[in-house]
Design a protein around this ligand. Structure first.
Ligand code: G3I
Length: 387
């Protein structure tokens, strides 16, 4: 069991009385399970059983790497994080650009960087409706379900097999449910996802086999469902909860549920994230925040956000982290890249930005500081980190 300090204090009626004493102790003590080697690094302040990750794009930022002369970006990435997620390098279009061609060059570079920096790697992703290569999109127009299954099985066995023993969590299925606002409401993406489309008569059978193939290729990796708008309890996460129950009942090696955590200050924060994590954990699953960022609407001509926006951004990052800290089954908390210049947000949401935890000169933002303090204050956790 691990808890965030804030939650512990809120849970006790005498919180106000013990706060000064506790604060002094927590700031000075070296609780078991923590390494205080670098008091300014997220990875060293985190409980031992919680990986703190960032997305990174190997092709762009890690292919050129000299451990004796790292770039500033590489230095921060190595110092701050204990886990990396390939932002693009393990996606279909990157690793499987032609029917019989696999290209692991940039993904291997990312894994090599991670090993050199004693980091774990989250695999991302094996079954998704986006970033599929042109040959998949073209061929899928005429696929039978058997043909789609054969292509997916080959891909999963080859990719997961290639990285066997070097990936601790795999996002096997990404964004497989539509949203409430999509045509037809919350349901499996049997139109946009070419594999689910070819097997629309029984998409769950395909999905379940995808997890089985991945498990056979690397029995040690924990296999995740992953999605956005999946933080709180809502219609979409209800659908995931029902799917997870079904998969577990069918004996499928499902191991985790990931909430991406792409938030915007244009919307409120759904405080049911901890309760949502708890219900998946009660099924025996791990949970994770897999792609956290908090984008801010910026006024044209303004150079940055207002102090109020900066403060709310910090609260949002920290609230997601605290939900994770408060659920022992939360195995990893990953931010979706840094600094802002590397963020996907401005390309996709014009007028929004400043979404990551570091400014472009790597100055830590208040969101970073809030997270660092929550990690520092958290109780240690009981199980050693796998890796
Ligand atoms: O493929 C070309 C590459 O060859 C070229 O070097 C590069 C030059 O800029 O462009 C490449 O395409 C880019 C592609 O990623 C890489 O395959 C696109 O421009 C770029 O827009 C694209 O964006 C990525 C996006 O997924 C695509 O859907 C983002 O970097 C990445 O952060 C984003 O990540 C997703 C998660 O995987 C799933 N959840 C949502 C999240 C944000 O959209």
């Amino acid at each position: 069991m691990r808890r965030s300090l804030r939650s512990l204090l809120a849970a006790t009626a005498v919180a106000a009385l013990v706060l000064p004493l506790w604060g002094a102790t927590a700031a000075n003590a070296e609780p078991p399970g923590h390494s205080h080697a670098d008091k300014h690094a997220l990875r060293t302040q985190a409980p031992r059983d919680l990986a703190i990750g960032s997305a990174a794009w190997g092709q762009r930022d890690l292919v050129q790497y000299d451990r004796h002369a790292p770039t500033k970006y590489q230095q921060v990435l190595g110092a701050q994080f204990s886990s990396l997620t390939p932002e693009n390098d393990m996606k279909w279009d990157a690793v499987h650009p032609a029917p019989n061609v696999y290209d692991f060059a940039s993904a291997d570079a990312l894994v090599a960087f991670a090993r050199a920096n004693h980091q774990q790697v989250r695999g991302h992703t094996l079954l998704w409706h986006s970033q599929n290569p042109a040959w998949v999109t073209a061929a899928s127009q005429t696929w039978t379900c058997d043909q789609a299954r054969a292509v997916l099985e080959d891909h999963i066995r080859t990719v997961v097999g290639h990285f066997k023993g070097r990936i601790y969590e795999w996002d096997v299925a990404n964004e497989i449910f539509q949203d409430t606002w999509d045509n037809g409401g919350v349901r499996l993406r049997t139109e946009a996802n070419p594999f689910l489309k070819a097997c629309a008569a029984d998409p769950i059978a395909l999905l379940e086999d995808a997890f089985r193939w991945a498990h056979e290729a690397d029995p040690e990796a924990v296999l995740f469902l992953n999605d956005y708008n999946a933080e709180g309890i809502n219609e979409k996460t209800d659908a995931y909860y029902a799917l997870a129950q079904r998969m577990l009942a069918d004996g499928v090696p499902l191991g985790g549920f990931g909430a991406q955590g792409h938030l915007s200050l244009l919307y409120g924060f759904d405080a049911s994230i901890q309760a949502n994590f708890e219900r998946f954990a009660a099924l025996g699953l791990q949970v994770a925040v897999t792609e956290a960022d908090v984008r801010i609407p910026l006024q044209p001509g303004e150079t940055g956000p207002t102090p109020e926006q900066v403060a709310v951004q910090a609260e949002r990052y920290d609230a997601m982290l605290e939900a994770c800290l408060n659920v022992t089954a939360c195995s990893s908390f990953t931010v979706w890249g840094f600094p802002d210049a590397n963020s996907w947000v401005p390309d996709v949401f014009p007028g929004e930005g400043w979404a990551t935890i570091f400014e472009d000169d790597y100055t830590p933002k208040p969101a970073f500081t809030a997270m660092l303090e929550s990690l520092r204050d958290a109780t240690p956790g009981t199980s050693p980190r796998r890796g």
